[in-house]
Write a protein that binds this ligand. Structure first.
Ligand code: ADP
Ligand code: MG
Length: 359
């Protein structure tokens, strides 16, 4: 199977929304009137982001999911994506499963494959997604204070002083007093990875559920859309809650306090493991559980902020998108990230998020 047959067989599809899809030198996209394009790229490298022998169907799903998760964090609606693929060999069975996993998720989000590049080489998948968000101005900002001191403030604010305003949810809009929320559950993907690496052992049912979180994350697109005009800032959690919340704090020039007594219950496997049998208590100590929740990567949940005046609106967004959200802290004017226990007493922060180039 040659390059062009491969593209035709597995990656050429009708594009009802895009003006032009696969087959020409460029694809053509037309954002709706008054909309801005939201664009993000994520690369998955074999041996680094996934095991080379992973089920190709889940790999196809995950390659797009991690990109859709970035659109979700910005409150953007997916439109289309491109796929750059390096493959060691043109294995039809592998490509069939990979493209099915990929395109099933694409269809579920109305996100059209409009182009890409295909080459022989070590397995590597690079996707760029294109989404749209309304330009600013149509919806009143959730925050009355125009935040003139912070040009990156989101919510119908200009990203830069001389640029058009946007309704995209950005990392730079958090303000002291805002609540901090996360969607869904956290840490199970990290738990699955630990089990796959043979460092812990999990009961079969727990492992299967955790592994699904690692290999088939759910991008929180509907929640992101529902949070437009509600959340002051958001990021998706790819490298761990503390690290990704840290990006919000840095861009917003604020600090935060997180309640570890709430955080520890965000591990979906936690209740099961501690309830099921004492034998797992040893390896799933509170410290290990918190490490997974606070610093484990690959969850692709959203961490976001909203002023307390928006609590009912956040609940409505969670309900409308059928996505659980948990409030677990607040933004402080004082820089830095503080962890506290259920009584508000300080907890030492010995947890660190994943950094590809950390020594
Ligand atoms: P060019 O050499 O002009 O960059 P290519 O010959 O690489 O174009 O690709 C031919 C067409 O197939 C282009 O429209 C390109 O976007 C598309 N394409 C290539 N690889 C993929 C892929 N993996 N998935 C989807 N479309 C692809
Ligand atoms: Mg090319």
């Amino acid at each position: 199977m040659g390059e062009f047959e491969l593209i035709r067989r597995f990656f050429t599809r009708p594009t009802p929304k895009a003006i032009l899809g696969v087959g020409d030198d460029c694809a053509l996209l037309q954002p709706g009137p008054g909309m801005q394009m939201a664009i993000s790229t994520d690369m998955l490298v074999a041996g680094r982001h996934f095991f080379a022998d992973v089920d190709p169907r889940t790999l196809g799903h995950k390659a797009l999911a991690v990109n859709l998760s970035d659109l979700a964090a910005c409150g953007a609606r997916p439109l289309a994506f491109t796929l750059a693929l390096a493959l060691p060999t043109a294995d039809a069975a592998w490509l069939q499963a990979f493209s099915q996993g990929l395109l099933a998720l694409a269809d579920a989000h109305g996100c059209e494959l409009i182009g890409g590049d295909t080459t022989q080489g070590p397995l590597n998948i690079c996707i760029t997604v294109f989404g749209e968000v309304p330009a600013g101005g149509a919806v009143p900002s959730p925050v009355a204070d125009p935040q003139a001191h912070n040009p990156r403030h989101s919510g119908t604010q200009a990203v830069l002083p001389d640029r058009p305003a946007t309704q995209a949810i950005l990392r730079g809009g958090a303000q002291a007093g805002d609540d901090i929320y996360v969607s869904g559950t956290l840490g199970d993907a990290c738990l699955a990875l630990e089990a796959l690496l043979g460092r812990i052992q999990l009961p079969d049912a727990v492992f299967a559920a955790a592994r699904a979180r690692l290999e088939q994350p759910t991008p929180r697109v509907a929640l992101g859309l529902a949070l437009r005009g509600v959340a002051s800032a958001a990021a998706d959690i790819s490298d761990g809650l503390l690290g990704d919340l840290g990006h919000i704090l840095e861009r917003s020039d604020v600090g935060a306090t997180l309640d570890t007594a709430i955080a520890i219950n965000l591990l979906a496997s936690h209740a099961y493991l501690t309830g099921a049998s004492g034998q797992f208590d040893q390896q799933l100590s509170p410290q290990v559980t918190l490490q997974c929740v606070l610093a484990g990567g690959d969850d692709y949940e959203l961490v976001f902020c909203a002023p307390p005046s928006q609590r009912a609106a956040v609940q409505a967004a969670a309900h409308a998108s059928a996505t659980p959200v948990t409030r677990l802290g607040q933004i402080d004017a004082q820089p830095g990230l503080r962890l506290v226990d259920g009584q508000g007493l300080p907890v030492a922060n010995t947890f660190s998020s994943f950094d590809h180039f950390a020594s």
